[in-house]
Design a protein around this ligand. Structure first.
Ligand code: XMP
Length: 515
């Protein structure tokens, strides 16, 4: 029996990892490989199925990516998606036409043959299309399984050989029963079993890290967020004491955050080497008088690199040369910064110059994962809940949540207001379903009245958004009574604040942070 594994061949699809993610969600292990991986190599891997992703090319373009033709002879089921389907159609003798214009968006899919690919799928069903070429007639041996108004062959299959193609994108959420279609391919066509777990991911990741690092040493900038924490714990499991984590307190953290992070790691008994540096004086001094948001980001970034370098140098003096820098880069970060090996650092990330300057190699064990998968991993690794579920927090911290100059007084106000917001959201049971919630302090003042007195004080902006990856977001529909409680507590308990406003802007056109 072949391995319970599916190989995804990448033809340049922008969201190829989304297919991988859906396969993992279906509890089947998968690997994404380049489209030109040889049939021989794939035969050796012995997978139960192969998926061809979509891609931006037209099958008629010169130099359009093509797979090894030997793949069709392996007797392994193949599912071609979009471009992958057109390739299969063309190569096996079907008729593919260059459509006069691209079809993009939702289309009603009418199912002509139910078993096995469309078993349990209603007809018509909403499917998401994004293609230029279309198939006029399927290759010999194939039958038409579904059509739309624009695509006479929206799905095709040759059950005898286990070859299938779909014109639409089953991996995207806009395709109503897309996951079921993929699962029909995995379970019914390939005979995969839903047995893969995050536990198996951990074992594999640890093995890979060991192999890559050898007997080298690594450092990790721990922020207390879930991504860097999970990356650190994974690498620690792999190389133990040869990893040292550096937690830099830049004085721009939330209320009691430094203490909470250090305690959480201590309490979790994870045994990490953790160096805690209080560098707040240095950062705050350099931020004096600075109001421009990009200038603030730059200062925090530069200073962070300096502190980190000093600490890493001290570690190297104590333990021997350091070779790797561990980062908790996730798949959406890779996409946002354009993909590729070197572009892997978060687009907004402040330690961008670090690996080159220190001649460190990057170790990014979470590169293929999405946030919710990382949280699942965190739970599996035994990380404490306050880290697993912590909202994302930007590198420059509160510096970009204070509009205007950063002062100690404003930081103190913002921390108190922020802590009340988070406390009330947790109390209302809303914290986990919100992607990020926080307070922003605008350096303007407005008039109010408290008791018999006229006040002239700061407004606090309350921002809470829902999102799945931070790339797009919507403002959270917080129940009015929770908003009321937050407003009254912030105004009553935080000095120098006399007004609370709620931000009802989605992203786009807004961003999540105010600066
Ligand atoms: P925006 O504001 O661009 O934020 O919608 C998207 C996500 O990125 C975080 N963010 C940052 N993270 N350094 C970081 O490490 C930064 O300079 C930065 N700016 C924004 C933001 O909190 C949200 O999760």
């Amino acid at each position: 029996m072949s391995r319970n594994l599916v190989v995804i061949l990448d033809f340049g699809a922008q969201y190829r990892q989304l297919i991988a993610r859906r396969v993992r969600e279906s509890r089947v292990y998968c690997e994404v490989l380049p489209y030109d991986t040889s049939a021989e190599r794939i035969r050796e891997m012995d997978p139960r199925g192969i998926i061809f992703t979509g891609g931006p090319a037209s099958v008629y373009e010169e130099g359009a990516p093509r797979p090894d033709e030997g793949l069709y002879e392996l007797g392994i089921p193949i599912l071609g998606i979009c471009y992958g389907m057109q390739l299969m159609a063309l190569e096996l003798g079907g008729e593919v036409e260059r459509a006069p214009r691209r079809e993009y968006g939702a289309a009603e899919l009418f199912i002509d043959v139910e078993e096995p690919l469309f078993s349990g799928i209603s007809s018509p069903t909403r499917s998401w299309m994004s293609h230029g070429d279309r198939i006029l007639s399927p290759p010999p041996g194939f039958e038409v399984l579904a059509h739309t108004a624009n695509s006479p062959v929206a799905a095709m299959g040759d059950p005898a050989r286990g070859l299938y193609g779909v014109q639409f994108h089953p991996e995207v959420a806009h395709t109503d029963q897309g996951l079921e279609v993929l699962q029909n391919f995995l379970y019914r066509v390939c005979g995969c079993e839903p047995t893969w777990t995050m536990g198996s991911f951990i074992e594999r990741a640890i093995g890979d890290i060991r192999e890559r690092v050898g007997d080298g040493r690594a450092v990790c900038g721990l922020s207390g967020g879930v991504d860097s924490s999970v990356a650190a714990v994974l690498v620690h499991r792999a190389i133990g004491d040869r990893l040292t984590c550096i937690f830099v307190d830049h004085g721009l953290l939330r209320k009691d955050e430094a203490q909470q992070v250090v305690e959480a790691f201590g309490r979790a008994g994870l045994g990490l080497n953790l160096v805690h540096v209080d560098a707040s004086e240095r950062f705050l001094r350099r931020l004096e008088g600075v109001t421009d948001p990009e200038a603030k980001r730059k200062i925090v970034g530069e200073e962070f690199i300096r502190v980190f370098e000093e600490q890493a140098a001290a570690i190297a003096r104590d333990t021997g040369p350091v070779d790797f820098l561990v980062q908790g880069t996730l798949y959406p970060d890779v996409i946002e910064s354009g993909g590729g090996e070197t572009a892997a650092i978060k687009s907004h990330h402040n330690v961008g110059g670090l690996p080159e300057r220190m001649r460190l190699r990057l170790l990014e064990p979470l590169r293929d994962l999405f946030k919710d998968e990382v949280r699942e991993l965190a739970a599996e690794l035994g990380l404490p809940e306050e880290i697993t579920w912590r909202h994302p927090f930007p590198g420059p911290g509160l510096a970009i949540r204070i509009i205007g100059e950063v002062t100690r007084e404003k930081l103190a106000i913002l921390r108190e207001a922020d802590a009340i917001i988070i406390e009330e959201l947790k109390r209302a049971g809303l914290y986990r379903e919100i992607w990020q919630a926080f307070a922003v302090l605008v350096s303007a003042r407005s008039v109010g009245v408290m008791g018999d007195e006229r006040t002239y004080a700061y407004p606090i902006v309350f921002r809470a958004v829902t999102s799945s990856d931070g790339m797009t977001a919507d403002w959270a529909r917080i129940p009015p009574d929770v908003l009321a409680r937050i407003s009254s507590r912030v105004i009553n308990e935080v000095p120098h604040v006399n007004r609370v406003v709620y931000d009802i802007t989605s992203k786009p056109p807004g961003t999540i942070e105010w600066e």
